[in-house]
Design a binder for this molecule. Structure first.
Ligand SMILES: Cc1cc2nc3c(=O)[nH]c(=O)nc-3n(C[C@H](O)[C@H](O)[C@H](O)COP(=O)(O)O)c2cc1C
Ligand code: SF4
Ligand code: SF4
Ligand code: FES
Length: 607
């Protein structure tokens, strides 16, 4: 046996894989072999390390040096310089905004430093395909501890922790377990909801890919607490890597006796099956999810009865989200009191967000609840791209709402967000700047909902379609003030009368933008203006003859050749032909092209 001198952790999360992680890993391996170091230096492929835009990423231990945006050539250079000679290769280091290269980002960069990792504690640290690495990080100790406790004491610990469901609604997990435990039934089930249908969300997927045993352990503890014998993980087919790593983990957990008959020599027996969903948003709704597991069409049904009373095949069923379950082992191991040290009184612990949009550092972040939006966006997120003005923060995906910039000091917890007409949701957070049109944002989310409505009930099936039509009318400059009123009325009716959570929350993006950005809606209908200059029908591209030097760059990229002018003479755009693609504005180095709103009438085209 040879001694390991260094370890190279390579992020094998979805984003890094797409960025070329495999070829970087191959190059590391090849180069290490070349120097006979393949035994002494270990390469471990981990789950998402969080800073997804910097991928492919590798961290070299024991030094803890973080390398970003790697290529196979970079990997070779790092082996030659860093591994062989102990010299850090500066050009692949992360650079702080002021340009300084930072070797140890976890200690120095706010993006990492300000996070608190409970759910994502093992992501980027362990090899998710090796149960031994999970155990080395205290894995399955919580299950062992729980099995020595009475089930009601396990439930009490979770209740005391104040853990609330991370799948969207924030229902207290301990209470849900208590309801299930009290049911008298010959069979009970535990289901992990890994459907994650929100566009742009990848929190649950990252946990399953990077630390599948945490979810398995959480499910086993839940099963012991409520008296279930069988569990299902419902995961969408679009997550093949999560499914693969989870399958490996399940097999290993069985081998180690953490799943199956008489777990750890006790009377408790429990096993888990994976159920693959086709990837419909509505299948994340718990009653639709159960129908799908039972082999029926994934459509919701009226509640009550709730799944804890009548769930899968009529038996009591606990359904919890991936992130909720990944919190459980940590809580049992460290105790409810420790968990409550993070977060707020009514929203204890942390929350994982997929930070996206116009923020400099996008990626996966885990923060204590109660952190303010300002800290999240400006300290962790590094501020707005191009240092533009923050306009709004959209939380909760298609069921969520937009929070205007003036509420930047709001703490992020269930109640505070709800008060503002937004929701925590499952953790999607999209940052918007002055170039985003809020009417168009509402239209985008509604388009998604219309597509995903299962069609079972009329308000959702027909109502959301009608709302989308109105929004399209407004964004194309055809809307009236009556349309805005009708939109609002419809939104409230759909919210109150739809059968399931999808329809009940579909109007949220519209209602919250109407609440805070009504003037934008009015500008669209009254003045035919799009204040953000985003809605194509309401803008024109114009060339300022004073600034135009006649370099012809714009004319060369215009796909419809509607820009004319002589070399070194001011150019003009034919408004009748322009398709408002925006290519010209991007290539003009003299700032001569701008967008104006309302759109210029065609006959008034600038000559
Ligand atoms: C349309 C719709 C989609 C949903 N999608 C998900 C999902 O993808 N993942 C999830 O955990 N919960 C989802 N939920 C919430 C679940 O119905 C359920 O409340 C949750 O899984 C319970 O787990 P928790 O208490 O741990 O949050 C969705 C709800 C609705 C109405
Ligand atoms: S609200 Fe929409 S998704 Fe839910 S049952 Fe009705 S039609 Fe289906
Ligand atoms: S916006 Fe597009 S179509 Fe219009 S002038 Fe510029 S490049 Fe041409
Ligand atoms: S996938 Fe590599 S950092 Fe997120």
């Amino acid at each position: 046996m040879s001694l390991t001198t260094s370890t190279i952790l390579i992020c094998a999360g979805g984003a890094c894989i797409s960025a070329g992680e495999k070829s970087v890993k191959d190059a590391f391996e090849e180069e290490l072999k070349k120097y006979g170091l393949d035994e002494a230096v270990r390469i471990i492929e981990t789950g998402c390390m969080g800073a997804c835009t910097l991928g492919p990423i590798a961290v070299i231990y024991p030094d803890g040096v973080f390398y970003q945006k790697l290529t196979p050539e970079a990997a070779k250079e790092i082996v030659e310089e860093h591994i062989l000679k102990g010299r850090i290769v500066e050009k692949y280091l992360y650079r702080a905004p002021e340009g300084k290269p930072v070797p140890k980002v976890h200690e120095e960069v706010p993006f990492f430093k300000k996070q608190v990792k409970i759910v994502t504690r093992n992501l980027g640290i362990i090899d998710p395909t090796k149960i031994e690495e999970y155990i080395a990080r205290d894995g399955y100790f919580a299950l062992a501890k729980a099995l020595q406790m009475k089930p009601e004491d396990v439930i009490k610990e979770i209740k005391d922790s104040g853990l609330r469901g991370r799948g969207g609604a924030g229902f207290p997990t301990g209470l849900k377990w208590e309801f299930a435990a009290k049911q008298k039934a010959e069979k009970k089930f535990v289901v992990c909801n890994a459907d994650e249908g929100d566009p742009g969300a990848f929190m649950d997927r990252s946990v399953l890919e990077g630390d599948p045993h945490a979810v398995i352990e959480g499910m086993a503890i839940a099963a012991y607490a409520v008296g279930a014998q069988k569990g299902f993980v419902y995961v969408r087919a679009e997550y093949p890597l999560a499914i693969e790593r989870l399958s490996i983990a399940l097999e290993q957990a069985r081998e180690y006796g953490f799943l199956g008959e008489n777990i750890m020599g006790t009377n408790f027996s429990f096993d888990i099956e994976i159920r693959i969903g086709a990837g419909a948003f509505v299948c994340g709704e718990e009653t639709a999810l159960m129908a799908s597991i039972e082999g029926e069409r994934g459509q919701p049904r009226v509640k009550p009865p709730y799944p804890v009373e009548k769930g899968l095949w009529g038996y009591p069923t606990v359904i919890n989200n991936v992130e909720t379950l990944a919190n459980v082992p940590w809580i049992i191991r460290n105790g409810a009191k420790e968990f409550r040290k993070y977060g707020t009184e009514s929203s204890p612990g942390t929350k994982v967000f997929a930070l996206a949009g116009k923020v400099k550092n996008t990626g996966l972040v885990e923060v204590p609840m109660g952190i303010t939006l300002r800290e999240l966006i400006y300290e962790i997120g590094g501020g707005i791209v191009g240092d533009k003005k923050l306009k709004a923060i959209q939380t909760g995906g298609p069921s969520g709402g937009c929070i205007p910039a003036e509420y930047i000091d709001t703490p992020v917890d269930f109640e505070s967000l709800q008060k503002l007409g937004a929701i925590m949701g499952s953790g999607g957070m999209i940052v918007m700047d002055e170039d985003d049109c809020m009417v168009d944002v509402a239209r985008f989310f509604l388009e998604f909902t219309v597509e995903e409505s299962c069609g079972k009930c009329t308000p959702c099936r027909e109502g959301t379609k009608k709302m989308l039509e109105i929004l399209e009318k407004i964004t194309s400059g055809e809307g009236t003030e009556e349309d805005i009123e009708e939109l609002e009325k419809l939104a409230n009716v759909i919210k109150d009368t739809s059968l399931c959570g999808l329809g009940q929350t579909a109007p949220n993006p519209v209602l919250s933008t109407l609440r805070y950005f009504r003037d934008e809606y009015l500008a669209h209908v009254r003045e035919k203006k799009c204040p953000a200059k985003k809605c194509k029908a309401l803008i024109s591209y114009v060339i300022d003859p004073e600034k135009c030097v006649g370099c012809t760059a714009c004319a060369r990229v215009c796909p419809v050749q509607c820009i004319s002018g002589q070399v070194r003479q001011p150019h003009t755009i034919s408004q009748a032909e322009c398709v408002r693609c925006g290519s010209c504005i991007e290539v003009c180095r003299f700032g001569a092209i701008s967008k104006v709103t309302p759109a210029l009438p065609v006959e008034e085209a600038v000559e």
